[in-house]
Structures are given as structure tokens and as C-alpha cells.
Design a protein around this ligand. Structure first.
Ligand code: PLP
Length: 449
């Protein structure tokens, strides 16, 4: 189809996630057509280096024939098997078992969803159900972090702490609370790691006291805050938050939708700090974007609490037609094989220092105030003044200018607000891909100066 026709049809009929609708109508859609390795081609034939792995999900890169074969074989054999009424499929069962094998040892049971938002929503429902089931119905309050992102489902969007997800949506709910972000670059307590960790622990304890310890169900967090601006807490922060939750008698829920599957180095970010959450949500890298799938993993205690209360009669009324979809599960199994036996996890770990050095080298640029990363997840924070860390005037629409210049220069990444540029290169990146990435990035920043 002609590009102009597609742009017109898109403008007239397709609602895009998380855009300003008027801006999108004006700018029009950029149609992506094909991909190979770390590169995309749009429908004008322009090649683009993808420095964001789609939406931090295509961790293995594009065009893996073995994933296509796994999906095709499963589609031919059995394209759909319901998980309802005690049915199931082999790939889904195998994938659940593998996730439990590789996830933190506290997690023993898996419920599959279609993505991250419904994984978070399912986690909320399971936690509420659990506390009702074990006779603690007053435990209904959830605590998250400023700038946290936990999807945009009806309840999960209330755990998300980004203003656009709240405005006109009647969230957060009165049972959803926040503590400050452990943001090293802009933290009132300064950048000392110990001070930042202490401030988060103290804030959580204070918040729990304020709500009442017997009324708090869980603390939810991302190991690295993604959509809030790629905020990398100090090492040891996640473990300290877990210890505080255990001391306070509340559940510790970790959202690894972005950080899972090698994004920060190990298969799960929890591994790096030997953290054993009660609940964990995953999606994105689980199927590397080749098919939709997410999951909520939970401890044996939560599962048993729910199961016991069910007795032998009423079902647990939580389900999705596409839960444990066999094609997505077959894709997930092959993607997991690529991370491990295929060497992608090892390559991601090997390449991470190059990524970090490339970001740090840009600190000499007049626009760049901060460079931060963990594994292959990173950001540059742009400032109008490096001394005062003053942000650019939103009226300048800097993010739009940078996106346009980047596109012209053949690179895609993501802007958060007008001042943070986020990067999530695929685990298949080579040294040459990184060289090209930083060359195109510097040229882009020079052009918008
Ligand atoms: N949780 C986190 C940490 C995320 O980053 C996202 C999406 O970016 C979600 C949940 C929601 O996932 P999805 O977009 O698949 O619904």
C-alpha cells in the first residue's frame, strides 16, 4: 500500500498507545516494515539501527528463523489450547517449569498473561485474593515508587506513578501510595548510595506506619525504573527494600517486565542481589516481542493460601482466554534457549561495558548532564545547564526534535519527557553495532544543539 494512504488510514482509524492524539494526527505514523538483527527498515526503504529493542522487548534481535519455526510448528500442530477446564498444552507446561527453574527460588507457580499490564493486574488480584483467603482482609494497600511504571490496566495504572497515566483516569485509588524514587542524579539526599538506600528504606517504613502495618498488602517496585526515565538505583537497593518488606510483614513484589531476560545482565535482575520476592511479574523479553505473553510468578505460600481457601468447590475466578497460549509458549521456549544455549545472555554481559563507556563518553557533550546504565539498559539525561541541572523548557519540544534528527540519522531510541533519552540495545549487538550507535547518537545531539 502507498505510504500516504497508510498514513491517512492510520490517522483516521488507529489509536496509538501513549501519544498525544493531536500531535500524532499532525506528525503521522512511521511504518516499520522489516527487521534483521539490530536493524529495522521502514516502508520508504530507510534502514534504522534499533537502539531500543522495539519497546525494550526484542532482546534477541529481529529475524531469528528458529523462533519462526517454533511458532510455525506449534501453529500447525495446535494453534490454541485453552487453559480452562483443566486443559493445557505441552509448551506452556514446559515454559512454566523452566521459568520456575531459572527464577529466584522463592517463586514456584506461574500464571501466564498476554503482556505486562495484565501480569501486574493479575498480581494485584492474586494478592488481594490471598489476603482475603488467609483471613487478613484489611490488607488492601499497595505502595510503589514515584516515577514507577507498572502498566496501564484499570488497577495497575494506579501503581504506575507517572502523571499522564493518572490524569482523567481516576487513579491512583485510595489504596495506592507512593514513596520517593531512588534517583541518584536528582535526589534531595544527594548521590551517596548508602544515603539513597537509607532514604528509601526509611520512606517505606514511614509510609507503612502512616497507613498502618496491618493494612498494607505489598510493596511493588522495578529493579531499574524504566518508563519513569531509566533510573538506576544504587547496587544493594533492591535487597535493602526486600529486607525492609520482610521486617514490616508486607509482600515484596518485583516487576521485572523490562529488567527480566538479560536486560540488566543476569536472566533476572533479582539474581544480581540474591533477592527472593514473593511475587514477580515478567513479559517483554519472555518472548522477545515475537508473540504476546507475560506472566506472574508467585511463592508457594501465596498459591497455597489461595488454594486452601477455595476448598473443593468454587473456582478462583481469574482467567483469560489466551492465558498460556501455546504459540507464545513455544516462542518463549525457543527464546529462552537463545538466551542460554544460544549465547545471547553471555554476549549481553560481554557488551555491557562497551555500552556503558559509550554513554559515559557522551558526558562531554554540552547537552548531556547524566549518563547511567545497568547491563544493556541505559539513559542520557539532557540539561539546559550542567551546573544547576536545569531542565529544558517543554515548549522547545526537544524530544520531538531529537526523535526527528535521530530518525534522519538512522537510529531509534526513546525519549522520556523532554529530558531523558533511553536506550535498550538488543543482546545480539556487536561491537560494530555499538560504534554505529554512538556515532549516530553524537551526530544527532550535535544537530539539535
Ligand atoms: N511493568 C513494567 C515495568 C513495564 O515497563 C511495562 C511496560 O513497559 C509494563 C509493566 C506493562 O507491560 P505491557 O506494556 O506489556 O502491558
Amino acid at each position: 500500500m502507498q505510504r500516504d494512504t497508510l498514513v491517512a488510514l492510520d490517522r483516521d482509524h488507529l489509536i496509538h498507545p501513549v501519544v498525544n492524539y493531536r500531535t500524532h494526527e499532525r506528525r503521522g505514523v512511521a511504518v516499520l516494515e522489516s527487521g534483521r538483527g539490530a536493524y529495522l527498515t521502514d516502508n520508504t526503504g530507510k534502514e534504522l539501527l534499533d537502539a531500543f529493542s522495539g519497546l525494550w522487548c526484542v532482546n534477541v534481535g529481529y529475524g531469528h528463523e528458529s523462533i519462526v519455526r517454533a511458532a510455525e510448528e506449534q501453529m500447525r500442530r495446535l494453534p490454541y489450547a485453552t487453559g480452562y477446564f483443566h486443559f493445557g498444552s505441552e509448551p506452556a507446561i514446559q515454559l512454566a517449569a523452566k521459568l520456575v527453574e531459572f527464577a529466584p527460588p522463592s517463586l514456584r507457580k506461574v500464571y501466564f498473561t498476554m503482556g505486562g499490564s495484565d501480569a501486574v493486574d493479575s498480581a494485584i488480584r492474586f494478592i488481594v485474593h490471598y489476603y482475603n483467603a488467609v483471613g487478613k482482609p484489611e490488607k488492601k494497600h499497595f505502595i510503589t515508587i514515584e516515577r514507577g511504571y507498572h502498566g496501564s490496566s484499570a488497577q495497575g495504572s494506579g501503581l504506575t506513578a507517572i502523571p499522564a497515566f493518572h490524569r482523567n483516569f481516576d487513579v491512583p485509588l485510595p489504596t495506592q501510595h507512593r514513596i520517593p524514587s531512588p534517583y541518584p542524579y536528582r535526589n534531595p539526599v544527594g548521590s551517596d548510595p548508602e544515603a539513597i538506600i537509607r532514604a528509601s528504606v526509611d520512606a517505606l517504613k514511614e509510609k507503612v506506619q502512616e497507613i498502618g502495618p496491618d493494612r498494607v498488602a505489598a510493596f511493588f517496585c522495578e529493579p531499574v525504573q524504566g518508563s519513569g526515565g531509566v533510573i538506576v538505583p544504587p547496587k544493594g537497593w533492591l535487597r535493602a527494600m526486600q529486607n525492609a518488606c520482610r521486617e514490616l510483614g508486607i509482600l515484596f513484589a518485583v516487576d521485572e517486565v523490562i529488567t527480566g531476560f538479560g536486560r540488566t545482565g543476569p536472566l533476572f535482575a533479582c539474581e544480581a542481589e540474591d533477592v527472593t520476592p514473593d511475587v514477580m511479574t515478567v513479559a517483554k523479553g519472555l518472548t522477545a516481542g515475537y508473540a504476546p505473553m507475560g506472566a506472574v510468578l508467585m511463592s508457594e505460600a501465596i498459591y497455597q493460601g489461595i488454594a486452601e481457601a477455595g476448598g473443593n468447590d468454587l473456582p478462583v475466578g481469574h482467567g483469560h482466554t489466551y492465558s498460556a497460549h501455546p504459540v507464545s509458549a513455544a516462542v518463549g521456549l525457543e527464546v529462552l534457549r537463545l538466551y542460554q544455549e544460544g549465547g545471547l545472555l553471555a554476549n549481553g554481559i560481554r557488551q555491557a561495558p562497551r555500552f556503558e563507556q559509550g554513554l559515559q563518553a557522551l558526558l562531554d557533550h554540552p547537552l548531556v548532564g547524566d549518563a547511567r546504565s545497568r547491563g544493556l539498559l541505559g539513559a542520557l539525561e539532557l540539561v539546559a545547564n550542567k551546573e544547576t541541572k536545569a531542565r529544558f523548557d517543554p515548549a522547545l519540544k526537544l524530544a520531538d526534535h531529537i526523535f526527528d534528527a535521530a530518525y534522519r540519522n538512522g537510529i531509534i531510541f526513546r525519549a522520556f519527557g523532554d529530558n531523558v533519552l533511553g536506550f535498550a540495545p538488543a543482546l545480539c549487538y556487536t561491537g560494530a553495532d555499538f560504534d554505529l550507535m554512538f556515532e549516530r547518537l553524537r551526530r544527532t545531539l550535535d544537530e539539535v544543539l
